[in-house]
Design a protein around this ligand. Structure first.
Ligand code: DHB
Ligand code: FE
Length: 275
């Protein structure tokens, strides 16, 4: 038996920060007018909260301390993806047709193993959890099958932990890039993920506790679906009747993204918009 370590907020926070830095281009050409408009609006929101709620000096200093801790703990990606990303996605969705999008979250890792249309995700020999067979088809807006489309899929294990962000889980576990067949179809065998708890012993967890909120996201599958000539969709799928589907701390559930599994099988039809 290998020792089981409970992943800590510091582990997942630091790995999420390192992953963000290594995968995301950080320079963006933005005009001074745009910077001024958006930053002014953000600051006005903060100023208004202080005025409306009579925020005191001790509260201001506590907030400053907490923000310093958030940065030192590497938790900015966790915090922003849980509390802010859903609104950025909502704005992006205004111009998107077809399957609804959802947040990317901090745990995507590119360049996973390519897998055929009928496949089993890489898993440990003793991977825990109920079997889940997730199948469906990828088409365009007119229903034309998209052969060779990629479903880049990743999800938490039956304990709610992601490979690459928790000790003792092998690289690539419960991750893969599945390629659709000539009819745009796929069938992926994996295990049912568990609800995910925001790491709670770090600053993000302290804030959730201090506010009396709960730190849970419902169980979900993450997907990025791509096909040449079509707009890539980043989304998540949830499970009807699952815990926290109606109270996701990250507010990233949409009714169109809830699967209704029957006897361990769930079906979904992805629709991509041509570019
Ligand atoms: C976070 C984790 C997730 O699995 C997710 O989908 C969104 C956000 C987080 O810890 O920030
Ligand atoms: Fe997630």
């Amino acid at each position: 038996m290998t020792a089981v370590h409970t992943p800590t907020a510091a582990d997942s926070g630091a790995s999420a920060s390192a992953n963000f830095r290594s995968t995301t281009r950080s320079s963006l050409d933005v005009s001074p007018e745009r910077v001024s408009t958006v930053v002014t609006a953000v600051l006005q929101g903060v100023h208004e909260a202080i005025r409306v709620h009579d925020v005191t000096y001790p509260e201001f200093q506590a907030a400053k301390q907490w923000l310093m801790d958030l940065g030192e703990g590497g938790e900015w990606p966790l915090f922003l993806d849980v509390f802010v990303e859903h609104v950025v996605e909502e704005v992006a969705a205004r111009t998107q047709d077809g399957t609804k999008g959802s947040i990317l979250g901090p745990y995507y890792l590119p360049d996973q193993q390519r897998l055929p249309s009928v496949t089993t995700l890489p898993a440990r020999p003793d991977e825990q959890g109920d079997a889940l067979v997730f199948s469906g088809q990828v088409t365009d807006l007119d229903g034309k099958p998209l052969s060779g489309a990629e479903l880049d899929i990743w999800h938490a294990d039956s304990q709610g932990y992601y490979s690459g962000f928790a000790p003792d889980i092998p690289a690539g576990n419960l991750r893969g890039v599945v390629v659709t067949d000539s009819e745009g179809r796929f069938e992926i065998t994996t295990v049912q993920p568990a609800p995910y708890q925001i790491p709670h012993e770090g600053p993000t967890g302290q804030m959730i506790d201090a506010a009396g909120w709960h730190p849970w996201r419902p169980a979900h599958l993450h997907l990025i679906v791509r096909a040449p000539g079509h707009r890539t969709i980043t989304t998540q799928l949830y499970f009807a009747g699952g815990e926290y589907v109606d109270s996701d701390v990250a507010e990233a559930v949409k009714p169109e993204l809830v699967l209704t599994p029957a006897e361990g099988r769930a079906v979904y039809h992805f629709v991509l918009e041509a570019t």
